[in-house]
Write a protein that binds this ligand. Structure first.
Ligand SMILES: Nc1nc2c(ncn2[C@@H]2O[C@H](COP(=O)(O)OP(=O)(O)OP(=O)(O)O)[C@@H](O)[C@H]2O)c(=O)[nH]1
Ligand SMILES: [Mg+2]
Length: 277
């Protein structure tokens, strides 16, 4: 009798696990926008055209003067998978991204992809990001591994990106990622939950290196896939020298504030078995 109950329980458990594994993961693509009226509709249509099950898009717009927000509201009327977050009094790529991640987590997303709205990050790479995520926690769309490219950009901008990557990898000791400034990435839910979105300090684009650094410190598995990055064709860049200097300084601040995280973690890991004994 007891044996029968045990077998039934085990069968139930196996069935439950199989159902959980079969469950279609909920995917959110998170796109921050500022003056992207010329790009946003074609981007949303291109993502829609991939026909990926259970995929949602959240766009975080900071009251773009060109009317991107209004265009998004029109698009969302006919698309239940499109979510629009309007920030009326805040600005910044960093805080907008955090708002979008938090929104996706609240909506029970299992995987969150972040990308720019200007087609520098082409949606055709989304399927490969998802495939690669079967074997790791973070997937980075990389320009600097074989098969990847940084196209159309002038040599000054290209050199700045290369130099920034060299500097970030050296200062933050990120050895396993070649493109640390890529904002085209996939995070599995536990990564963003562990990093704790409310504790981030970057207001601007340095949020990209902050999340990568924290994911590295926490020991998450990170893989890169090659992408061809093309310069924006429509709309205006928000990149300028002020942003570049901010990002440079922020890397040092991140190192100063969070490198102790690594020591704490190593210490915790070491002390764990001791506590168990
Ligand atoms: N919500 C929000 N989004 C922003 C803000 N600044 C930039 N973005 C978006 O963040 C993404 C990256 O910004 P870009 O202006 O393309 O910056 P970049 O890629 O470094 O520069 P370029 O490729 O030269 O244009 C784009 O989708 C922008 O619309 C902002 O203040 N708020
Ligand atoms: Mg761009």
């Amino acid at each position: 009798m007891i044996k029968k109950v045990k077998t039934a329980t085990r069968k139930k458990a196996v069935l439950k696990r199989a159902t959980v594994e079969k469950k279609q993961p909920k995917i959110f693509v998170m796109i921050p926008t500022y003056n992207e009226k010329e790009n946003i509709q074609s981007l949303i249509e291109a993502i829609e055209g991939l026909h990926i099950n259970n995929l949602h898009i959240v766009v975080v717009d900071d009251a773009s003067p060109d009317g991107t927000g209004r265009r998004l509201d029109q698009l969302a009327k006919k698309r239940s998978f499109l979510h629009v977050v309007h920030r009326l009094h805040e600005r910044g790529r960093g805080t907008a991204g955090i708002k979008g991640f938090k929104y996706a987590l609240e909506q029970k997303a299992d995987m969150i992809i972040e990308m720019d709205a200007d087609f520098s990050h082409h949606p055709r790479y989304i399927p490969e990001l998802l495939r690669t995520a079967r074997h790791c926690d973070v997937v980075v769309g990389s320009r600097f591994i074989p098969g990847g490219k940084d196209l159309d950009r002038g040599w000054i901008r290209h050199s700045i990106t290369k130099l920034a990557n060299f500097y970030i990898r050296r200062v933050l000791k990120i050895a396993n990622v070649c493109d640390c400034t890529s904002g085209y990435r996939l995070f599995r839910r536990p990564v963003l939950e562990t990093i704790k979105m409310d504790n981030t300090i970057s207001l601007g684009p340095s949020i990209v290196q902050e999340l990568l650094y924290k994911a590295t410190l926490r020991g998450f598995r990170i893989k890169e896939i090659p992408i061809v990055f093309v310069d924006r064709k429509e709309g205006k860049s928000t990149f300028d020298w002020r942003i570049m200097i901010q990002s440079f300084l922020m890397t040092l601040i991140l190192k100063f504030l969070f490198s102790s995280l690594r020591r704490v973690e190593i210490h915790e890991n070491k002390s764990k078995p001791v506590r168990k004994q």
